[in-house]
Design a protein around this ligand. Structure first.
Ligand code: PA5
Length: 417
C-alpha cells in the first residue's frame, strides 16, 4: 500500500492539531456531501462493463481516437496513460490517441485535421458541463469534418457529459451518439475514476479495473486507521502547517518524465480547489534531473519559501547497468541508472534542506494501474480535506468563469482594449 513518509510532522504536533483535522473532516462530510460522489471508488465498478465494451469496440474499429476535453475532463486520463505507457505513447501505438479541445490553437487543430486524413478516426468528447468553449468548438470542427467524410459519422462520436443538461447532451439527443453520464455529485477535477477518465484509459489499453481496485483498496485501508495514522490527514496537516511557517509554494517532484501529466493533474487539482483566498499554497511541479539544471538553483539558493512533495517509486520495469562504469565517473561505479536515480533523490533532499526546503514523500511500489489508483485517491482525498482546512470550498471554481465572461464580451466586440 502507498506510504506517506513525513519527516516534518512529529507525534506532538500531530496530537496538538488533531481537533483541527477532526473538525475539517466533519465539515467536509457534512457541508459538501453533494460533491463527494468520488469518495467511494467502488461505485465506478458498477458502470465498468459498458465502458469496457465500448472501448473494446473502439480499439477494434478505429486506428485513431481524438480525445476532446480540457481541465479535469482531460488531465486525469492523460496522467495515467502517460505514466503507465511511457511519455512517448502518442503516435507510437494503435490506436493513436490525439488530444484536442484543450486550447484555442487553430494551427494545432488544422494539423490534427491533416494528420487524420489518412486515418480511420473516431472522437470521444468529454465535458461535464457540455458547454466548455474549447471543447465544444473543437468538437464541432471535427463533427463537421466527419460528416463530410463519413456516412457513418454518428457511429464515430462518443460523448461523456451531464445526464440532462448542456449543449453536448442536446447533441446526443438530436444525433443519437453513444453517451455516458458524469455523476452529478462528482466535479471535473475529482472525476478521473469515473467514465471521464476511465473511457480514454480503457481505449488506451489500460487495466482500469486494477486502477479502481487500487483506489478502492486504499479507500478501505483509510477506514481502518486512526486519525493520527491516516496518510491523507497527515499530508494535509503538514501542508497547512508548512504554509503557516511561510512555505507558500509546493513542488511536486518526480524522477521520470512519464509522470509529467500526473504532476499537471496534481497542480490542477490543488490549484483549482484551494486557490480561492489570499491564503493558498501555490502548487507547481518539477521533473528531476532535468529541472535540477534550471530551477534546482532557485530551490538551493532562492527565497526558500518552498516545500517539496516527492513521488518515490521503489521498483521499475526496466533499468540500465552495463554502460555505467568507473571510466565515466568513479563515484557511480557499480550503480545502475535506477539506483543512481534513487541516490539522487537522497542527495536532492539533503541539498535542498540546507535552504530550508522540507520534503514530504509519497512512496509507491511501482508505476502501474493499481498503484496509480492509490495515488489519485490519496491526492483527491487530501486535497478536499486540505481545502477545508484552508477554509475554502474544494469543489467550486468561480474564478475560472471570469476570463470566459470577458472573452465572450470581447468576441462580441464589446470592451476592446
Ligand atoms: O475541475 C473542474 O471542474 C474544471 O477544471 C473542469 O474540469 C474544466 O473546466 C472542464 O469543464 P467541463 O468538463 O465542463 O468541460
Amino acid at each position: 500500500m502507498l506510504e506517506f513518509i513525513d519527516d516534518y510532522l512529529n507525534e506532538d504536533t500531530l496530537e496538538k492539531n488533531i481537533t483541527l483535522i477532526e473538525k475539517s473532516v466533519d465539515k467536509l462530510l457534512r457541508d459538501y456531501r453533494g460533491f463527494m460522489g468520488w469518495f467511494n471508488p467502488i461505485k465506478s465498478l458498477l458502470n465498468i462493463d459498458e465502458i469496457l465494451k465500448v472501448s473494446d469496440d473502439i480499439r477494434k474499429s478505429y486506428d485513431c481516437v481524438l480525445i476532446c476535453s480540457i481541465g479535469g475532463s482531460y488531465l486525469g486520463s492523460k496522467a495515467v496513460i502517460d505514466a503507465v505507457k511511457g511519455k512517448t505513447f502518442d503516435l507510437k501505438e494503435e490506436p493513436n490517441l490525439i488530444y484536442i479541445g484543450n486550447s484555442l490553437s487553430g494551427e494545432y487543430l488544422s494539423k490534427v485535421l491533416t494528420f487524420i486524413e489518412k486515418k480511420n478516426p473516431c472522437m470521444v468528447v468529454i465535458s461535464k458541463s457540455g458547454n466548455t468553449v474549447e471543447t465544444v468548438l473543437s468538437y464541432s470542427v471535427i463533427k463537421s469534418y466527419f460528416k463530410d467524410r463519413f456516412k457513418d459519422y454518428k457511429e464515430r462520436i462518443f460523448i461523456v457529459t451531464d445526464e440532462k443538461s448542456g449543449y453536448l447532451r442536446k447533441e446526443c439527443k438530436e444525433e443519437g451518439f453513444k453517451s455516458f453520464s458524469v455523476p452529478e455529485d462528482v466535479g471535473g477535477r475529482y472525476s478521473v475514476l469515473t467514465s471521464v477518465g476511465l473511457l480514454p484509459m480503457a481505449i488506451a489499453g489500460l487495466d482500469v479495473k486494477e486502477l479502481l481496485r487500487g483506489a478502492s483498496d486504499f479507500h478501505s485501508s483509510l477506514m481502518d486507521l486512526k486519525y493520527n495514522e491516516n496518510p491523507c490527514f497527515k499530508y494535509s496537516l503538514s501542508r497547512y502547517l508548512l504554509y503557516k511557517e511561510g512555505k507558500t509554494i509546493e513542488i511536486l517532484c518526480t524522477y521520470d518524465a512519464k509522470m509529467e501529466y500526473l504532476s499537471k493533474w496534481y497542480v490542477q487539482l490543488f490549484g483549482e480547489s484551494e486557490g480561492k483566498s489570499k491564503d493558498a499554497i501555490f502548487p507547481s511541479y518539477l521533473i528531476y534531473t532535468q529541472d535540477l539544471h534550471s530551477m534546482g538553483q532557485y530551490l538551493q539558493e532562492g527565497p526558500g519559501n518552498i516545500f517539496e512533495t516527492t513521488i518515490e517509486v521503489v521498483n521499475h520495469n526496466g533499468d540500465i547497468k552495463e554502460a555505467i562504469d568507473g571510466k565515466i565517473l568513479d563515484a557511480i561505479n557499480n550503480c545502475s541508472m535506477n539506483e543512481l536515480n534513487k541516490l539522487l533523490f537522497e542527495a536532492v533532499t539533503l541539498a535542498h534542506r540546507e535552504n530550508g526546503v522540507r520534503n514530504l514523500t509519497l512512496q509507491i511500489d511501482r508505476v502501474d494501474e493499481y498503484n496509480l489508483g492509490q495515488v489519485l485517491y490519496f491526492f483527491m482525498c487530501s486535497c478536499a480535506l486540505s481545502s477545508v482546512l484552508f477554509g475554502v470550498n474544494p469543489f467550486t471554481q468561480p474564478g475560472v468563469e471570469k476570463y470566459k465572461n470577458i472573452l465572450k464580451r470581447l468576441a462580441l466586440g464589446e470592451n476592446k482594449i
